[in-house]
Design a protein around this ligand. Structure first.
Ligand SMILES: [Zn+2]
Length: 441
């Protein structure tokens, strides 16, 4: 009887493998960070002798959720400027605040809070775009989280660089520092077509190609962006990036709210993944992305929270729930984005969008043990007739009980293991007082 590190069991094991039904009374054996067996709980218990058993009766086991677009360190700007349109929000509030406060210390501390928030809500992997990447990477590593960290690129200065070339030089150094890490995937993130010229986009792409790393950008977020880009270049943003040769399967495009049919065909043809950020889009009144058309045309669409300054949390359970509802209303068709599809977008499709389908996103032997256990024994979850329905339409992130990344238990029955949670929150309030104090001077 071979030993293993963990047996993770539950009334349901949702592997999210194409075509695989939910496994009733199932279990997953984990050893050295990987899933080594999946099957009925009795069969697994008879075959493996675990150091620790987690889960059990009244639980469901599912793959870790994927947050396909965020700016983790912006948690410290949560609620700093609400109820404003994107342009004013960015130009009058967010960019000035970032210019003043961003530093290695700020980004490191803030990323710890973001990881704590996401892990406790069942997110095991996030796709980030920000600055001071080494600090984010060290923080994510300390918290044990899997992340694709995109070094931000702009055509104008901020606290991290003076111009596009310097951002890209810094991105290359960051990539060299982290390439090959088991949890951190470095990437390059030209911010958006209205902040990066086509030349900057292609410099970023060439740099990414040199190291074989992914790219991450904002695309067609607002009508204003589309009209500005069309005025300047004679075509809308997706067509522009297609024409210059930027788009392919290594790119994650966040938002894609205002894309026409031709642009959806381009995204599908190039296998460019889309991060759908419905809560951020609703809050900034950016609009509602044509996700149903994208899915119908074969575009891989995952969920992103965007930064906490425009959401205002990093919760993928609520992204699933909002999306599954809003697109029904928008299309007048209650059958679209059913509960199973929503959970796929948050797990297996999410991993595919990030180019990590071989590593995470489903529960399969040989994949990393990125696993979430949810508690089904709650009043708002009783009774249920379909496990996917209860997870997408009734469950909320506090129902997450335990979370494992790469075979390490990071949340154990609600307790955050990597660091004292109160200490992380106290640090957030310390920074908030500093930011507020400076405002009042
Ligand atoms: Zn964003």
């Amino acid at each position: 009887m071979p030993d293993c590190d963990y047996i993770v069991s539950g009334d349901y094991v949702l592997t999210m493998v194409d075509g695989a039904p939910p496994l009733r009374h199932g279990a997953v054996a984990v050893s050295a960070g990987k899933i080594v067996a999946i099957g009925g709980d009795k069969a697994i218990a008879a075959e493996y002798n675990p150091t620790t058993a987690v889960g059990g009766s009244g639980k469901a086991v599912l793959p870790g959720l994927i947050n396909a677009h965020t700016h983790a360190a912006m948690v410290y700007f949560r609620g700093i400027a609400d109820d404003l349109p994107l342009k004013e929000w960015l130009e009058r509030h967010i960019w000035p605040a970032e210019g003043k406060w961003l530093s290695d210390e700020f980004v490191g501390d803030a990323t710890e809070l973001a990881c704590c928030e996401m892990l406790k809500a069942g997110v095991t992997t996030f796709n980030d775009m920000y600055f001071f990447g080494d600090s984010s990477a060290r923080a994510a590593k300390r918290m044990g989280m899997r992340a694709v960290l995109g070094a931000g690129v702009l055509d104008f200065p901020n606290a991290s660089a003076r111009n596009a070339d310097e951002y890209i030089e810094k991105a290359e150094q960051f990539i060299k520092n982290w390439l090959g890490d088991d949890l951190i995937t470095p990437s390059i993130a030209p911010h958006a077509p209205y902040t990066c010229s086509p030349a900057t986009y292609m410099k970023a792409k060439r740099a990414a190609e040199r190291y074989g790393v992914p790219l991450h950008t904002h695309l067609s977020e607002t009508q204003h962006e589309v009209s500005e880009i069309t005025k300047k270049y004679g075509k809308p943003p997706v067509e522009l990036l297609e024409e210059i040769g930027f788009l392919d399967a290594t790119v994650v495009a966040a938002h894609c709210v205002w894309v026409n049919d031709k642009e959806i065909e381009i995204l599908a043809g190039r296998r460019t993944g889309v991060a759908h950020c419905i809560e951020s889009n609703l809050k900034l009144a950016a609009g509602i992305a044509p996700v149903v058309s994208m899915l119908n045309k074969g575009v891989n669409v995952a969920f992103g929270s965007d930064g906490a300054a425009s959401n205002n949390d990093l919760d993928i359970f609520s992204e699933m729930s909002f999306s599954a509802r809003v697109h029904k209303a928008m299309s007048g068709d209650p059958t679209v984005i059913n509960a199973f599809t929503a959970l796929e977008m948050a797990t297996s499709i999410g991993a595919r969008v990030l180019g990590m389908g071989d590593k995470t996103g489903t529960l399969e032997v040989g994949k990393s043990a990125d696993i979430v256990i949810v508690d089904l024994n709650k009043p708002h979850l009783a009774p249920f007739y379909d496990i996917y329905s209860v997870i997408v339409y009734s469950m909320r992130s506090p129902d997450v009980e335990s979370v494992m990344v790469n075979g390490k238990l990071l949340v154990d029955r609600g307790k955050f293991i990597p660091k004292d949670e109160q200490e992380i929150m106290d640090k957030a309030w310390w920074w908030k007082d500093k930011i507020d104090g400076a405002k009042n001077i």
